[in-house]
Design a protein around this ligand. Structure first.
Ligand code: NI
Length: 257
């Protein structure tokens, strides 16, 4: 079994010139990938890319919470009805870039959580420097959630523990490989193998040794290998476990060996 990129933005304009080639190279190397939206246009742009081994997630990033109205949630509901759309997100809170006021972010977050509960779909969370509020809201919804991924995890081991206690999955992107990411690496050490995921967040955050380049989904192998070494498990096993977790949380049937 190979690897999965559980979170990338292949619809990004950074891939405008060579998207087909990147997708082809990716599908030669990975089992499957997830293309995720940040707002309505980027969610819509993801749809034509979906098909065999390419799944979609639609949602409103907290940056764009101020743009949300009733039509936004209606459109998300429509897109979520497509069989290749497997979750809602990325949604959450971002207090590092407060492009939308905090109370407005919370409203958009809760609206999407309500929709996920209603549709019984897993969710993908963006949380940046908002641990306390993000945890409080998610703890309230946790018993009703179909599944939850803390994407591009950016907190320390204390919050990793708290989100694990809610039954969530923790996903690491290329920034865990950065030399100064000590707190993040400490968090990765405590995440059990059956709750660990890997992602690229491409085109962002290319892992070492490709740091600074435009990130492509198949770069996820560098992050996976780094995590295997960090956790002291062999690379094959880390790939097997994270891919099996991705099947479980996104509810994609696993091929029988
Ligand atoms: Ni993302």
């Amino acid at each position: 079994m190979g690897l999965v990129d559980t979170h990338c933005h292949l619809q990004s304009e950074r891939f405008a010139g060579d998207r087909d080639a990147v997708l082809q190279a990716t599908l030669e190397k990975l089992d499957w990938i997830v293309v995720i939206g940040d707002d309505i246009p980027s969610s819509e742009e993801a749809l034509p890319l979906l098909g065999p081994r390419v799944y979609g997630v639609v949602g409103m990033h907290p940056y764009y919470a101020k743009d949300c109205d009733d039509a936004t949630y209606d459109r998300l509901r429509e897109m979520a009805a497509r069989p290749e759309v497997i979750a809602l997100g990325e949604m959450g809170l971002d207090y590092f870039n407060e492009y939308s006021p905090r109370d407005v972010q919370a409203v958009a977050f809760r609206k999407q959580l309500d929709l996920a509960c209603e549709l019984d779909m897993p969710i993908v969370i963006h949380n940046r420097e908002a641990d306390e509020d993000c945890y409080a809201i998610l703890a309230e919804y946790a018993p009703r959630l179909a599944g939850c991924i803390m994407h591009c995890f950016g907190s320390g081991p204390d919050y990793a523990e708290k989100f694990l206690d809610l039954g969530f999955y923790i996903s690491f992107a290329g920034n865990v490989t950065f030399k100064k990411a000590v707190d993040l690496q400490e968090a990765a050490k405590i995440v059990p193998l059956d709750r660990l995921l890997v992602e690229t967040d491409a085109p962002f955050l290319a892992p070492v040794p490709l740091r600074g380049k435009r990130c492509e989904p198949h770069f996820v192998s560098h992050t996976a290998d780094f995590l295997a070494d960090l956790k002291g498990v062999d690379r094959e096993r880390l790939a097997r476990e994270t891919t099996s977790n991705a099947h479980r949380v996104y509810r994609i049937p696993q091929p029988t060996p």
